[in-house]
Design a protein around this ligand. Structure first.
Ligand code: ADP
Ligand code: LRH
Length: 475
């Protein structure tokens, strides 16, 4: 028995509509339509082009080459949302998490609820753009009848049905991780209108049917997948045993381990580790590392073409290792802007050689990201008491051989790279389980491991040079 399943996967840098033919022992990608995701700055605010993305989704569905779809699921980046009025109309345009509107309100929120209490309830790392801070800076809250996170918003437009998928709700800072519900306590303490938060849906639950105006596949059942893209990506990690760490490597590097229960220790909070909800009650115990944003934003500053990336990485690989490193999680790197200039400034401030050429900047970014991966994985293992005999790198970054090799070198743990489209495959896997084609998470992971191309990187060199480079960074 097999089925044709589609995933709509919206990443911060690109989206895709991906279809696959799935059965108990097959997972064949049959089509991918990709489109760029370009933020738009308008009147001083950075927005997502949400209607452009919706149009691209419809276009992608139009191009699906299959007589019928058995199911469709939607995932995207976390945290961001659209507001609907009482008639279901979008109010304003969703704001990008890199917009700086929350800078002024973080302290205000913490005066109402302490960071310690926030962590006890939500288990979430502090990121200045988490939904609760965005809502504190939201001008349209009074007019809003419903808040929908981005995948739930796309799902609403495609089906007419509203809901809040659980894995993504767990990234808002308003979700009680222990109870698995919206947190009445936090919603009340922050004076938010409780009625705007829709009922929760578990990954795998039905989420309506495609409306006729969604195109040829009108009537197709939509399934609530693990709609936080990172939750879907980690569901599709091709792990064959229990002792693994992972890095979902794209715009962000989400680096950590999977646990069966939240870890709410003060040490974990101090290290800014998060407990995000995954499939089947799993927890992603991880930290955000700034990720390939550092590279893509440098390429944007240079007006480089995507085709230039391979050559630049090749030149960077030929340069000496660890000449200059920066802390990838420096908040100065978060907003859009001239990334090479910001990197140069930090190198100068820490008394290191300033990268002069583009290849030197790229090398600095790769070494710095590998250091960030090393710190996050070491701490995840220490704080969770788990072990890892492999680090799985999934997402677009799995194609970056230099970064995969440096991550193996820096962590001292073998790296298995792939699949590149882990998020869409995790999205599809949860649907396949709802259709009864796959029994559960371990079988999904075995299926991914058996069917998708993977690359292996063994650690080289000693830890000494990485220790020395880490010492150059401010603590
Ligand atoms: P997101 O979901 O956050 O948009 P992706 O998982 O799609 O991110 O990964 C995008 C990143 O993958 C890009 O920023 C780029 O650095 C990297 N990437 C894409 N294609 C290649 C390639 N051919 N070689 C190396 N890296 C690549
Ligand atoms: C990755 C991601 C990540 C969040 C960030 C906002 O795309 O969902 O897990 O922290 O975007």
């Amino acid at each position: 028995m097999s089925a044709t399943i589609a995933a709509i996967d919206l990443g911060a840098s690109s989206g895709r509509v991906l279809t696959a033919r799935v059965g108990a022992d097959r997972l064949d990608i049959t089509g991918i339509h990709r489109f760029p995701n370009r933020p738009v700055r308008l009147a001083g605010t950075l927005h997502w082009d949400i209607l452009g993305l919706y149009a691209d989704v419809l276009d992608g569905l139009q191009r699906v080459d299959a007589p019928r779809l058995d199911s469709l699921g939607i995932d995207s980046w976390a945290v961001d949302y659209g507001l609907l009025d009482r008639d279901g109309r979008l109010i304003g345009n969703p704001v990008h998490y890199r917009d700086e509107r929350t800078t002024a309100v973080v302290e205000q929120v913490h005066r109402r609820v302490s960071p310690q209490r926030l962590y006890q309830v939500t288990g979430l790392q502090h990121l200045p753009f988490n939904t609760l801070y965005q809502l504190a800076a939201e001008p349209f809250l009074a007019q809003a009848a419903t808040l929908l996170l981005i995948p739930d918003l796309i799902s609403f437009w495609l089906t007419g049905q509203r809901g809040a998928e659980q894995t993504n709700a767990s990234t808002t800072g308003l979700y009680d991780a222990g109870r698995g519900t919206w947190s009445d306590e936090l919603i009340e303490a922050l004076s938010l209108p409780a009625g705007i938060f829709p009922g929760l849906r578990a990954p795998g639950a039905p989420a309506g049917r495609l409306l006729p105006d969604a195109g040829a596949f009108g009537g197709t059942p939509v399934t609530a997948v693990a709609s936080h893209d990172t939750a879907s990506a980690i569901a599709a990690v091709p792990a064959t045993g229990p002792d693994f760490a992972y890095i979902s490597c794209g715009t962000w590097s989400l680096a950590g381990v999977e646990t069966t229960a939240p870890i709410l220790t003060e040490a974990g909070r101090a290290a800014n580790f998060t407990n995000e909800t995954g499939v089947d009650g799993t927890i992603r115990y991880l930290r955000n590392v700034m990720g390939l944003w550092l590279l893509s934003e440098s390429l944007r500053a240079w007006k480089a073409e995507p085709a230039d990336l391979g050559a630049l990485l090749g030149h960077a690989a030929d340069l000496p290792a660890l000449r200059s490193v920066v802390d990838p999680n420096d908040p100065a790197f978060l907003p859009p802007g001239d990334m090479p200039a910001r990197i140069a400034r930090r190198c100068a401030e820490t008394g290191q050689p300033v990268p002069g050429t583009r290849a030197e900047v790229v090398r600095c970014v790769m070494d710095s990201l590998a250091l960030g991966h090393r710190a996050a994985i070491r701490q995840a293992l220490a704080l969770s008491g788990q072990r890892a005999d492999v680090v799985h790198i999934v997402g677009g970054g799995a194609q970056n051989a230099l970064l995969c090799q440096l991550t193996a070198d820096a962590t001292g743990i073998p790296v298995v790279a792939g699949p590149v489209e882990a998020t869409a495959l995790g999205n599809i896997g949860v649907q396949a389980r709802s259709l009864g084609l796959i029994p559960g998470l371990p079988s999904l992971r075995s299926l991914v491991s058996a069917t998708q191309p993977l690359l292996h990187y063994e650690p080289r060199g000693s830890a000494a040079s990485w220790n020395e480079a880490a010492d150059r960074l401010p603590t």
